[in-house]
Design a protein around this ligand. Structure first.
Ligand code: PAF
Length: 281
């Protein structure tokens, strides 16, 4: 496995691979890998001759009060796990490589970025879309793989490649959960044992809402209440719980085709997100 740290080398490597007729899959990450990332890497491995994982904790997607400085980092462990999952190259630039000098351009996917997590984290999705657009230009992949855990991010990036005619196929992968149901996230390591235990009420509530939907409940108000009634006694604070249309991310009064229940809550100061497609089976 190769580790490439500069934009110039990464671009040259990718263009050479493409000239040789090889396909490239990219899994963008901010590191501190868990099984969710590994599932993306394994999927990427199936879809291309060359698998590139980028590892960059992108300052542009963190708000001034957010956890950029203390975001967990462990490059030695990440590179071991990435190699085991079949990665050929880790693209591992520093902030100076990605944002040299004054930076004046950004990618803003309107409407989709303003709702749900975008309300609490203004500027976050502008940072995500901008860095992913840059990564697409640097790594020049044929395909890129993202997790459904960040469902809003996935939809925003799909819209971005459509709107800007970026020739990259976006592949979405299901959420990977801990055995007890908690959606895997690098941020779970911030949870104290007590918060970790209480956090389970989020996935449990979503599973209960899905079950109720499958038994015939379609009213969003009722489905949202099920999640709400689960997290409150556990002492989690709601940011949002919504039933949305998957494509527009707009709230629905009733769960129809392509509905998804989405939630963001706080366990202490740790913000957790999770979601589930409301499908009959
Ligand atoms: O999902 C993430 O880890 C990040 O938002 C991403 C896509 C790597 C961009 O920094």
């Amino acid at each position: 496995m190769q580790i490439i740290k500069t934009v110039q080398e990464m671009q040259a490597f990718s263009l050479e691979q493409r000239a040789g007729g090889r396909t490239i899959a990219l899994v963008p990450t901010m590191g501190y890998l868990h099984d969710g990332h590994i599932s993306l890497l394994r999927e990427g491995r199936k879809h291309a001759d060359v698998l590139v994982m980028s590892l960059f904790v992108n300052p542009m997607q963190f708000g001034p009060q957010e956890d950029l400085a203390k975001y967990p980092r462990d490059f030695a462990r990440d590179s071991r796990l990435a190699e085991d999952a079949g990665t050929d190259v880790i693209f591992y630039p520093d902030a100076e490589q990605m944002y040299p000098g004054p930076f004046k351009t950004s990618v803003q996917v309107s409407e989709l970025s303003a709702v749900l997590c975008g309300k609490t984290r203004p500027g976050h999705f502008r940072g995500v879309a901008t860095v992913v657009a840059k990564l697409f230009n640097i790594v020049v992949p044929h395909r890129a793989i993202f997790g459904e855990k960040d469902f809003q991010q996935l939809m925003i990036l799909r819209q971005m490649v459509r709107d800007l005619n970026i020739p990259v196929e976006i592949i979405g992968m299901p959420i990977v959960r801990e055995q007890d149901g908690l959606a895997m996230s690098s941020r779970n390591m911030y949870l104290s044992p007590d918060e970790r235990r209480r956090s389970l009420s989020l996935s449990a509530g979503l599973f209960r809402a899905l079950d109720s939907f499958r038994k015939g409940e379609v009213k969003s108000k009722e489905l949202i209440k099920i999640v709400h009634d689960g997290i409150l006694p556990a002492g989690l604070r709601e940011d949002y719980i919504d039933v949305i249309d998957e494509a527009s991310l707009k709230p629905l009064d009733e769960a129809a085709d392509n509905a998804r229940i989405v939630a963001a809550v706080y366990a202490g100061s740790v913000r957790l997100i999770d979601n589930m497609a409301l499908k009959k089976n």
